[in-house]
Design a protein around this ligand. Structure first.
Ligand code: FVH
Length: 302
């Protein structure tokens, strides 16, 4: 088996946590010769029995193959694991979750050492790896040449979505989606808190919540269109003025139910701030205009 056998390209994987182990199993099952290394060697035992070659050191693991996949805890662990190792001619694929800034810095770091680099953001849990029906996938960005060379191998654990040459963009896509997810979780948590202690079973609210959130999914595309056109008023059906007025009901209900409004308040405050800045100009907008206030609130470099 050689690097030119694109169906079964050999590769190295550094990091055998829950995710690394799941990834390793898919490559082994697909017939890829796999060299693994993990800080705690015991975690490699089961994979050795399944056919993986276990390297004694990260340097030996890196030396074994051109394609080197990293699945460690964070960017700091990458720095400590690869410190002092010759990376000349290597193709590094970083599946470790990090920020866009870390992805860009790590790409520059790798290039200085003679390696090609692609950063990634895994949109899947370990149980979704090697299970295409689960819908997981991985964002990749950075060296297009590296990605094209290894695409077949990278698609073994999960679908691969390349999002551009900027090595920070995979992480940015990952974090954007995760951030939206937590906003959704916050709203759902608040909704369940409101009915706690009432004669409304969570299991009865659940389908109603799902249905409502599905219907409100239009906001994703609506926001994208308005942020592109900067037109926040044409075709508005629920004005900002109306929504700010109605938000008092949400806050009073939370108080009546003895529920902290802490998960709700930030977005309501943003809407109110947009309205108060110029009620005549912004009252007829929908809530997308409030998003324009967010960027200036972020401290430089955060
Ligand atoms: N698990 C998940 O659901 C998510 C799904 C989305 C992507 N994340 C990210 O994937 C990276 C790895 O996650 P993981 O689930 O494998 O994480 P752990 O099971 O905690 O394993 C961590 C591995 O990193 C090794 N490690 C940690 N610190 C160091 C270090 N200083 N030097 C060398 N290795 C280090 C650790 O080794 P050990 O503890 O077994 O010795 C594990 O191999 C991660 O970025 C997630 O955010 C997962």
């Amino acid at each position: 088996m050689t690097d030119n056998d694109t169906d079964h390209r050999p590769l190295t994987l550094l990091g055998l946590g829950d995710m690394g182990t799941a990834l390793a199993r898919t490559w082994l099952a697909a017939g890829h010769p796999l060299t693994v290394w993990n800080r705690t060697p015991a975690k490699a035992g089961a994979l050795a029995a399944e056919g993986a070659a276990v390297a004694a050191t990260p340097a030996a693991a890196v030396a074994a193959n051109t394609l080197v996949v990293l699945c460690l805890l964070d960017d700091t662990s990458i720095g400590s694991v690869l410190e002092g190792i010759d990376l000349t001619g290597k193709d590094l694929v970083n599946l470790t979750t990090g920020t866009a800034a870390e992805g860009r810095a790590r790409a520059a770091w790798a290039e200085e050492r003679g390696a090609r680099f692609v950063d990634a953001g895994i949109m899947a849990t370990p149980t979704m790896i090697g299970a295409p029906e689960a819908g997981g996938y991985v964002f990749y960005s950075g060296s297009r040449a590296l990605f094209d060379t290894h695409r077949t191998t990278l698609e073994v654990p999960a679908d691969a979505r390349y999002v551009g040459e900027d090595p920070g963009h995979a992480a940015l896509h990952d974090v954007a989606l995760l951030s939206a997810m937590y906003g959704l979780f916050a709203g759902i948590s608040h909704a369940y808190a409101l009915i706690e202690g009432e004669d409304i079973a969570p299991k009865d609210l659940a389908p109603l919540l799902s249905e409502w959130l599905g219907a409100m999914g239009f906001f994703v595309g609506n926001a994208a269109e308005r942020l592109t056109s900067r037109d926040f008023t044409t075709g508005v059906v629920s004005s900002l003025a109306m929504q700010v007025a109605a938000s008092g009901t949400l806050l009073r209900t939370a108080a009546d139910q003895g529920v902290s409004p802490e998960l709700l308040v930030p977005y309501l405050d943003l809407m109110r701030e947009r309205l108060d800045a110029d009620p005549a100009a912004h009252g007829a907008e929908d809530t997308v205009g409030a998003l324009t206030l967010l960027r200036r609130r972020t401290a430089p470099g955060r």
